[in-house]
Design a protein around this ligand. Sequence first.
Ligand code: ADP
Ligand code: TRP
Length: 325
Amino acid sequence: MARILTGIQSSGRPHLGNILGAIVPAIELSRNPDNESFFFIADLHSLTTLKSGLQRQEFVRAIAATWLAFGFDYKKNVFWRQSRVQEHTELAWYLNCFTPFPMLSNATSFKEKSEKLFDVNAGLFTYPVLQAADILLYDANIIPVGKDQKQHLEMTKDIASKFNQSVGETILALPQPQIDERMMTIPGLDGMKMSKSYNNYIDIFLPEKELKKVLKKIRSDSEGLEEPKNPEKDITFKLYSLIASESDVATMRQNYLNGGYGYGHAKQALLECMLEKFAEPRRIFNYYMENEQELEAILVAGETKARAIAQETIAKVRKVLGFSS
Ligand code: ADP
Ligand code: TRP
């Protein structure tokens, strides 16, 4: 049985890019009866950039509600908040002491973030160590992530082997990253990678009127209504082809090529398609956002399952390091 594990930082409400690029594919993997999935909300990681407790709580809820809205089976699997299982921070400290300083200072994501951000704190620096702890606590074998996380997973393996070598026993299992090089990059409103940091994202859970306003902002060329248009170059068409049925995509392609079909028509079709395709996820999302206690109960039950496993690993680590008898 494969143990799959992945986390999403609670640094914003999930957008279409997170959903189609990370959440939906992970849920598909979790549907294989031979797999056991460990999906968590990396709220401790979000503290490296987000300081507001109120916002964090809202984002944690929104991320949890999104996993549930897209059908994650929290009963069969394990679903929790990283901060509620203290073993994550405990193991991260131990691993810090086995992580060579240059490994962290050469990390690409640290270099990028420290050039961009005003607040370059030590948490940003040791971010990959906490991520290693997240993975190693649960003996996870498969870690589905995007290309940007490849280096973090290599570091996890290096840290685990350094630890094992140093204590002279194989205590921590080395994970297998599952990086899909072809993984889709969902374009944002401006055609760049959709990201909360570029403020070009689509929040599919917005009320209809607001969603319509957002979709109107999708960049398009300036051809007039009557002119034929190139679907391959257009962002609205790209987004539509990610979610609409094959035959609807073919119809829209033909409309573009024929002319007499404006970008406004395409955006309206995209809106209708989103409302239809995501009707059930939107309903479930709103349900959990309104029924906080139910969501809380699900996460608390998940914490209990996660903690039981994390405690087994931590007990072995404490023992070999001389912190317990
Ligand atoms: P953001 O760029 O909005 O800050 P994160 O870095 O928090 O998003 O990403 C969370 C997950 O969603 C990661 O697994 C990432 O690979 C995936 N993801 C984010 N944006 C996109 C996108 N535009 N296309 C595909 N996957 C994405
Ligand atoms: N760093 C990951 C991201 O930004 C989130 C994350 C934290 C994670 N811990 C993890 C992903 C463990 C996979 C496994 O997307």
